[in-house]
Design a protein around this ligand. Structure first.
Ligand code: FES
Length: 75
């Protein structure tokens, strides 16, 4: 699915960049996401945030040697 129509950037491309550790600013700079009309920014940031969170959890699980992802819940 195309997230940024102005620069034809898909959800998969944003997801791949986020999982590779890119900050949102880097995604904007490299791909142009949310740098023209800005209508995609909310969706792109939500997608980036979701992918970054799951990436960090998977990494934490590996560091702890538990071999699985743990669920962190804010209260
Ligand atoms: S849709 Fe992404 S900048 Fe316009």
């Amino acid at each position: 699915m195309i997230v940024c129509v102005c620069h034809r950037v898909s959800d998969k491309t944003i997801e791949r960049a986020a999982r590779a550790g890119a900050d949102f600013d880097e995604i904007q700079l490299e791909l142009g996401v949310a740098t023209q009309c800005g209508k995609c920014e909310g969706c792109a940031r939500a997608l980036w945030s979701e992918c970054r969170t799951s990436h960090k959890m998977a990494h934490l699980g590996q560091e702890l040697g538990i071999g699985r992802t743990i669920q962190l819940v804010a209260v």
